[in-house]
Design a protein around this ligand. Structure first.
Ligand SMILES: *Cc1c(COP(=O)(O)O)cnc(C)c1O
Length: 381
């Protein structure tokens, strides 16, 4: 962030989310271009950041939407995503949400259980529509990421288990108002080891080979999202390596003739463009350490408290010699802590701190716990 930007921060009410829209655009440009190079379809996972201004920018890059609630489907269409490029996932879709998505004529429901598909079938019948459905398969591939954001192993609640898949396919194909068009996989988030995606490709190849023996070919394969970002050093990885990511699928997935590949990226598209800007309220000397107490709390940014997530923290206004601090929020919970033993320039009341890499799962997870105001959002342009 340059001096001018920091100057403008001084007059703004803190805490707030700051989005570098130039970086967002550059990231989208690379992702869209690399996907297009392989003929892959991109759907932005709205749950990562549903700020309308962010969505309006993203939809301008010929990217569809991945939604996990009826309100996300509604927000996506309001912000310009074409309904026929919306996919809709989630283990617990309500009747009302299903009806809304059918009325909007979205591209595809990613379904996670037979009872759910039966309800979609019934509601589609009432509305005189046919629902396009992909089965979310739990491929039992370990994403080697944080326990809470691993979704593709058998102990998770997500998707059809492999041993159920044949039955689920047969049952779905028998339903009058269901059009089974594909398989969906999403094995976790913040995956930085690309060999995990290679493992996913190989597993999906096995599944496809089995289906082929039964004469089944589904035209759409959706590999979900999960590509990670560099939280340790945002400036080393401002734009994730989309080229290598997509290349894994081009190299290792054996697409059948005419098959279309889909991806649902969230974090990797928006993570690095956002920072949470906060002001130092107090510096408190403990017995063994010093605490920097911010005016931002876990209600503004939940990830450290929820997942013990690491975010880089920078002091934007001090250049004095470094000291070690624990950086905490004002909320009465011990988990309201953004970082322990962090090296920062000597920090004082009134300094501005930036918590980096907050564009994904930051603002969207904010709450009004303690009746605190929601943080605002500002854009670089
Ligand atoms: C959360 C989610 C995504 C996006 O995950 P990222 O790690 O942010 O890329 C994609 N698909 C589904 C089904 C999800 O639940």
């Amino acid at each position: 962030m340059n001096i001018e930007t920091i100057k403008t921060f001084q007059s703004l009410k803190t805490p707030f989310y700051y989005y570098d829209t130039a970086l967002l655009r550059a990231t989208l440009q690379v992702a869209a271009q690399e996907a297009e190079h392989h003929g892959f379809h991109l759907h932005y996972a709205i749950k990562a950041n549903a700020n309308p201004k962010i969505l309006e920018i993203i939809q301008g890059y010929d990217i569809g939407a991945d939604c996990v609630s009826g309100n996300e489907v509604a927000r996506a269409t309001e912000c310009g995503f074409p309904a026929n490029r919306i996919v809709y996932a989630g283990v617990g879709k309500s009747d009302e949400e299903i009806r809304l998505a059918l009325e909007q004529e979205i591209f595809c429901f990613n379904c996670e259980s037979l009872p759910e598909i039966e309800v979609i079938n019934a509601i589609a019948g009432e509305l005189g529509k046919k629902a396009s459905v992909a089965l979310r398969v739990n491929p039992n591939v370990d994403a080697h990421t944080h326990h809470y954001i691993t979704t593709g192993i058998e102990e998770n609640k997500f998707g059809f288990y492999l041993y159920d898949l044949d039955h689920a396919i047969a049952a779905s194909r028998n339903m009058e108002n269901i059009n089974l068009i594909g398989l969906h996989f999403h094995i976790g988030s913040q995956i930085t080891d690309l060999t995990v995606f290679r493992g996913l490709c190989l597993r999906v190849n096995e599944i496809q080979a089995r289906l082929k023996e039964q004469g089944i070919l589904l035209p759409h394969i959706n590999f979900g999202g999960g590509l990670g970002i560099n939280y340790d050093c945002p400036t080393c990885g401002l734009i994730p390596d989309f080229a290598s990511y997509f290349q894994v699928f081009a190299d290792f997935f054996e697409a059948q003739p005419g098959q279309q590949l889909h991806f649902e990226l969230g974090r990797s598209l928006v993570g690095q463009c956002g920072s949470l800007i906060s002001r130092v309220l107090y510096v408190k000397e403990g017995k063994h350490k010093k605490f920097v107490i911010l005016d931002a709390g876990m209600n503004d940014l939940l990830r450290p408290a929820l997942y013990q997530a690491f975010h880089r923290i920078e002091n934007l206004t001090s250049v004095q010699p470094h000291e070690k601090y624990d950086i905490v929020g004002p909320i009465c919970e011990s988990s309201d802590c953004f970082g322990k033993d962090r090296d920062l320039p000597a920090t004082h009341r009134g300094d501005l701190l930036a918590i980096r890499s907050c564009g994904a799962y930051g603002e969207v997870m904010a709450s009004r716990y303690n009746l605190r105001e929601l943080a605002g959002s500002y854009f670089s342009e």
